[in-house]
Design a protein around this ligand. Structure first.
Ligand SMILES: [Fe+2]
Length: 410
């Protein structure tokens, strides 16, 4: 590595790490609460876990005799890395009263000090590679922090009060379908891309039949028509597992929609206000997206169709990142909401996880999840690519997910 490359990495490390602290700073009070559902983690847990990642996989790799800042942290803040050792129960992270937010801050400070010293003194490409993975991992947690704190705040009537937001209405634009020829296409990350997660490759050829893809996400207006047409009461529209889950949990609208005095309202990270009908519908499960598509006499795209279309359009990770709620003006493949695809999250041909514990990052989740493509308004800038494969359980709704329709044989 050149001196400039080392300098760039040190700068990037500082920027990503301090951004996490900026995101968490307003929410230390929420660290005193028990988590609002099993998927949600406290802010201080995210801050500590992302630090644990660097301590375990970078400092531990650089020096096998590295003495952990606190040996108990390796259990408390290990998320799912079985090869590293015991892990604390995910659904109980909210009862970790100690260490407190300030002690987690001190943990971050000590690991940062060691990381910055290591990066300045050692130009080993293997250390740089895992550090870059750690920074991308931390960016994923920055988005998780937005998702998690939104769920926690939504449960607090002091914050989730009616009528706080008075939207300036999003512009109206008509959805239209764009046709793509398909054919023999490349799927997956170009090996020349500076960084990608292992699940984005290997790049390979795939045949895609001609298809059409909507040029914008499904709006609240259209989703409301689905609800008003009995969308949540018609089992013929739903996959069996989805229908069972919707019944068991009493779904009658997307997560965060609430009935207000004069119609539907929506809770957002900006507060709660009347539903803006032109914004994209957010926080729907795969099951809801699939049922809506069936009702609309369309379907969800495959992940190959989505990627082929985005490459053909030249769509890129764009300037609308950094908002706390999608704006809804079309041209929204990136930076608005993640888009469900009908593709099961499975390995690409020839996929092999990395050797060692870090190989547990993606590969072992390639079952019972669906792929989402694009990025969301809360995704950190520069954190997505046309080949990026996000994935969630089909019943999950707390991530910033939306619907883009497709048609044609798939
Ligand atoms: Fe993680």
């Amino acid at each position: 590595m050149t001196n400039d490359e080392v300098g760039d990495l040190v700068d990037r490390y500082r920027v990503v790490r301090s951004h996490t602290e900026e995101l968490a700073a307003p929410f230390s009070a929420e660290d005193q609460t028990v988590q609002s559902m099993p998927d949600v983690s406290p802010m201080k847990w995210h801050r500590a876990h992302t630090t644990w990642f660097f301590e375990t996989f970078v400092l531990g790799m650089a020096d096998e005799s590295h003495v952990p800042v606190d040996p108990t942290f390796s259990t408390l803040f290990n998320s799912y890395y079985v090869a590293v050792g015991p892990r604390y129960e995910r659904a109980a992270r909210g009862v970790i009263s100690r260490p407190g937010s300030a002690e987690v801050g001190e943990y971050r400070r000590r690991v940062d000090e060691a990381m910055l010293a290591l990066l300045a003194a050692d130009d080993d490409p293997a250390i740089a590679e895992v550090t870059i993975l750690g920074l991308n991992h931390e960016q994923q947690h920055q988005e998780l922090m937005a998702m998690d704190i939104k769920h926690v705040l939504s449960r607090n009537p002091l914050v989730n009060r009616p009528g706080v937001i008075d939207w300036s209405p999003a512009p109206t634009s008509q959805e239209s379908l764009q046709a793509f020829e398909g054919g023999l296409c490349q799927l997956g990350v170009d090996p020349a891309t500076p960084f990608s997660f292992d699940n984005e490759g290997p790049q390979h050829q795939i045949f895609v039949a001609p298809f059409s893809l909507a040029d914008r996400l499904v709006t609240n207006r259209r989703y409301l028509a689905f609800i008003d047409d009995g969308g949540y009461e018609r089992p013929d529209l739903w996959l069996s597992d989805g229908w069972a889950l919707a019944q068991a949990q009493g779904w009658e609208a997307p997560l965060y929609w609430e009935r207000g005095a004069s119609g539907w309202e929506e809770f957002t990270l900006l507060g709660r206000g009347g539903l803006d009908l032109e914004r994209p519908v957010a926080h729907v499960s795969y099951y809801e997206a699939d049922a809506f598509a069936r009702w609309a006499e369309a379907r969800l795209p495959t992940e190959a169709e989505w990627e082929v279309a985005v490459r053909a359009l030249g769509a890129t990770d764009d300037e609308r990142h950094g908002t706390l709620h999608p704006t809804g003006v079309g041209d929204d493949h990136f930076g608005s909401l993640w888009q469900w695809t009908q593709s099961a999250y499975a390995p690409y041909p020839g996929f092999a996880p990395a050797a060692g514990a870090v190989g547990e990052y993606n590969g072992k989740f390639m079952i019972n999840n669906q792929v989402l493509r694009g990025s969301a308004c809360v995704t950190p800038p520069g954190h997505s690519r046309p080949s990026y494969r996000n994935f969630f359980n089909p019943g999950s709704r707390w991530m910033f997910s939306g619907i883009r329709l497709a048609s044609g044989a798939s």
